[in-house]
Design a protein around this ligand. Structure first.
Ligand SMILES: Nc1ncnc2c1ncn2[C@@H]1O[C@H](COP(=O)(O)OP(=O)(O)OP(=O)(O)O)[C@@H](O)[C@H]1O
Ligand code: SF4
Ligand SMILES: [Mg+2]
Length: 430
């Protein structure tokens, strides 16, 4: 269940009707098919981003923040990553229904993404200049000279001086923090309507971090760029975000305006997250609160509340109902019991009403039992047996001697079955 903290409109939001959202993620479900099973990486995530709004997504590592963002960009690792449900509406168009060509037009121009790993997201064999200029040449129709001039301007914007010279350098000639700033420059190149920033300042020192965040906020306000801000840093969220989505174990557990969530968090996980942030107004020797335990395995997530195993506020009513939707693994013994019960009921019914197959067979004409030699060839099973043994009533001990097999000729049944016909022919040739 998602808890919604009381929403308050932004100070600069137009009064009256709510703005139509720029992006609307609706009941998104993403699975990864792996050798160990299906990872349910995103399970029914829904949130909206209004034009010009900064929306933060916070949550523990592995809860599905990046996978949700990559699904919006349709950049999931293929073939393992599959969007199995939901809609992603961008300006009213469902991105999940677009073909690759249509998606390429939107990516980079209307929606840009600053990826989580700046060290691996840049192409190591292309100069920084080419990588910044590429979206400008493709989406903005600029000439090479115009694109180069804009690239220098963008480098300056993200705090990299001597842009003219830097454009001709390769990623390995930049520090980690500079590479992250190059990623931000690429993201901002085409003035997108929506910028998804996946932990954009993790590799930056605190002062540069603050500069970049201020820059992003200023651009968001000046150019009306909406932003999805994925971060672990609740201090950043408190300072820059208008709205917050708290994710836990592939689901959103709380959402609301930043002011409301920080003032009165409702979900115990959000409460735990906020308690674990160091604060200057606490005594220096006070221990930081932690959330004990680990998030559930998304290969087989628990039924009911996913936070229950770690929740300090858990109540008896929080346990999943005994007859709730069972997980596949838990359902197996129940299914087996049900199958056995059906089988027993069938046998009882069979005794009372209709003859069993064995009884029906007894009413058939007598079958001819022909002794024949066992086949020497044929695959041997790992356990050594050469095939299935079959109990035949009325066999003497002599017939069951080692090395002897008996064939059961059931011409009226077997004649219907081509495989049986073939094996009968082989047997007759022996
Ligand atoms: N290519 C993949 N193959 C299999 N599972 C994947 C793949 N990519 C992500 N996952 C799984 O999807 C889940 C969500 O991952 P995601 O990268 O969205 O986490 P996250 O919330 O961004 O974490 P972090 O804060 O560490 O970046 C994780 O359980 C992860 O193991
Ligand atoms: S265990 Fe109960 S109280 Fe705790 S988060 Fe889950 S539903 Fe809420
Ligand atoms: Mg991530």
């Amino acid at each position: 269940m998602t808890v919604t903290s009381t929403d308050r409109p932004r100070a600069d939001a137009p009064s009256g009707a709510a703005p139509s959202p720029l992006l609307e993620i609706d009941d998104l479900r993403v699975h990864f098919v792996t050798s160990r099973g299906v990872v349910q990486a995103v399970d029914g995530v829904s949130y909206k981003v209004n034009p010009g709004e900064i929306v933060a997504v916070v949550g523990e590592s592995g809860c599905g923040k990046s996978v949700t963002a990559l699904s919006v960009m349709r950049l999931l690792a293929k073939p393992a990553g599959q969007i199995v449900g939901g809609r992603v509406l961008f300006q009213g168009r469902d991105l999940l229904t677009l073909d690759d060509e249509q998606m390429r037009e939107i990516r980079g121009r209307d929606i840009a993404m600053i990826f989580q790993e700046p060290m691996t997201s840049l192409n190591p064999v292309l100069t920084i200049g080419l990588q910044i200029m590429e979206p400008l040449l493709i989406h903005m129709g600029m000439t090479e000279a115009q694109a180069r001039a804009r690239a220098v301007e963008l480098l300056g914007l993200v705090g990299i001086t001597d842009g003219e010279r830097r454009l001709d350098q390769y990623p390995h000639q930049f520090s980690g923090g500079m590479r992250q700033r190059v990623m931000i420059a690429i993201g901002l190149a085409c003035n997108p309507k929506l910028l998804i920033a996946d932990e954009p300042t993790t590799a930056l020192d605190v002062t540069i971090q603050a500069q970049i965040l201020e820059l992003m906020r200023e651009l968001s306000q000046r150019l009306g760029i909406a932003m999805i801000f994925i971060t672990h840093n609740l201090g950043v969220v408190a300072r820059y975000a208008d709205r917050i989505n708290v994710m836990y174990a592939a689901r959103i557990v709380e959402q609301g305006t930043a002011a409301a969530v920080f003032a009165k968090p409702l979900h115990p996980y959000t409460v735990g997250l906020l308690r674990s942030v160091p604060r200057l107004d606490r005594p220096r020797d006070a221990r930081l609160a932690t959330i004990e335990g680990l998030p559930p395995n998304l290969l087989d997530p628990p039924t009911g509340c996913r936070f229950a195993a770690r929740c300090a506020a858990k109540m008896p009513i929080c346990d999943p109902p005994p007859f709730g939707v069972p997980s596949r693994r838990r359902a197996r013994p129940r299914r087996r019991r049900a199958a056995r019960a059906r089988h027993r009921a069938g046998r009882r019914r069979g005794r009372r009403q209709e003859p069993s197959r064995a009884a029906a067979a007894r009413g058939r004409p007598p079958q001819e039992i022909l002794p024949h030699r066992a086949q020497r060839s044929g695959p041997r099973s790992p356990h050594g047996a050469r095939g299935q043994r079959r109990h035949v009533r009325g066999l003497s001990r002599r017939d069951r001697r080692a090395g002897r097999r008996v064939g059961l000729r059931q011409d009226h049944d077997r004649a219907q079955h081509p495989q049986a016909r073939r094996s009968d022919r082989r047997r007759d040739q022996v």
